[in-house]
Write a protein that binds this ligand. Sequence first.
Ligand code: F0G
Length: 494
Amino acid sequence: MAESATPLRTAMKTIIEPFRIKSVEPIRMTTRAEREAAVAKAGFNLFGLASRDVVIDLLTDSGTGAMSSEQWAAIMRGDESYAGAPSFARFEAAVRETTGLPHVIPTHQGRAAEHLLFPAVAQPGQIVPNNTHFDTTRANIELAGAIARDLPCAASRDMQSLAPFKGDVDLSALERCLDEHRGDVPLVMVTITNNAGGGQPVSLANLRGVRALCDRFEVPLFLDACRFAETAYLVQQRERGERGRTIAAIARSMFDLADGCTMSAKKDGLANIGGFVACRDSELADELRTRLVVTEGFPTYGGLAGRDLDAIAQGLREVVEQDYQEYRHASIRYVVERLADRGVPVLLPAGGHAIFLDAERFLPHLGWREYPGQALAIELYVSGGLRACEIGSVMLGRIDAKTGEELRASHELVRLAIPRRTYTQSHMDYVIEVVEEVWNRRGAIPGVRIVEAPRVLRHFRARFARLPAAKAGTKPASAKKAKKPAAGRAKGRA
Ligand code: F0G
């Protein structure tokens, strides 16, 4: 094995952050009574909390990471000229170096890249397949009048399967889709990693399969590349023959299979804001630049300050560092394995950016209309000030257009997304302790009902009320002890 790919290269057991801390931001410690009051005031919706009332904020890993000293230095180098700033040249060079894609169009974040791309390529009624569309991707496709279709592999539906690449596309379903809709698929998208599908990676082999189908049906392939480096790390660790290669080389192999990508630099750009579209087709790039000027800005800044472009250029180089990815994944695996060991129902295997709790099995006494994910997220906050995000029937439930009936989501999950380089290993121990405290009193946790909700994207602004508490002494249905991750690659420590 190449030295660069050796896990945790100090060879000690303790997971340590591969950085020193130069600047700190205080966390305000709160009491349980304060948190009870804050969450009630927020209508039991954690999006309504002030961040100063949160102890550990795991709402998202997007734009919430810490920048390195080199990124702060890059911020000072930022050139704020309207046109032709060297900051853009540095940004463009870094994106080209990472992706090999020649045309680079900056946007203010990932959804702006989607908003630029889809109206330019998709006609009303056309189909855009993906492993699983993230909600903004779906929304931008639908806004262009097209249809977003999710084609995840079968293993993605099994929360306990230890299959290494549960983010893969179902290739036979994609083949059928491309065959059925010949001429009506403007592009195929693959999301690396599959966020909405539980933060699971996509293998290089699967991407090659997608590419072959795209070639056969003459359809371009685009990556939703938000977490490309985390995927590349998991490919290095889990895919046969990839162990000796660097993360950068594996990422490049993925981009080499694609005709273009959209990117949120708030994830693997290690920046607080930013994104881009990159592609090989110069005509498409021209069209996108024309549209860019109307909504985002001149093609050499695209809705960003020069200093943001410089921070992203530096971030793209740091994110593929082996030590950084080793630590990030070790830290997430550590939490997942400790929780699984205690029988807490957690999505396996550990993914690259978050820990997903299965609220349906955590709170089996609640039906889906009692929104177990929301109920669990509220308890995690009240218990220890954790702010997590429900990804279940509150976020993804739909109202049937014909009957007006509410339809449930396929899973009731709670996502604990880990901001990059922001929290330490002791914060992770604290997270485990809080989840355990809630687990130990799960039988008495009440469900919630929706009091009011906006028409679209209701999870952001809905207000809830707690239902009467479950009867004291109610025993939780025995939750099956979660399977332990297999030895070897899924191990928490090197
Ligand atoms: N694609 C994926 C896979 C994402 O996870 C996100 C954002 C986007 C696109 C949009 O990027 O936020 O820069 O506009 N995901 C965040 C999250 C918000 O919490 O998962 P953006």
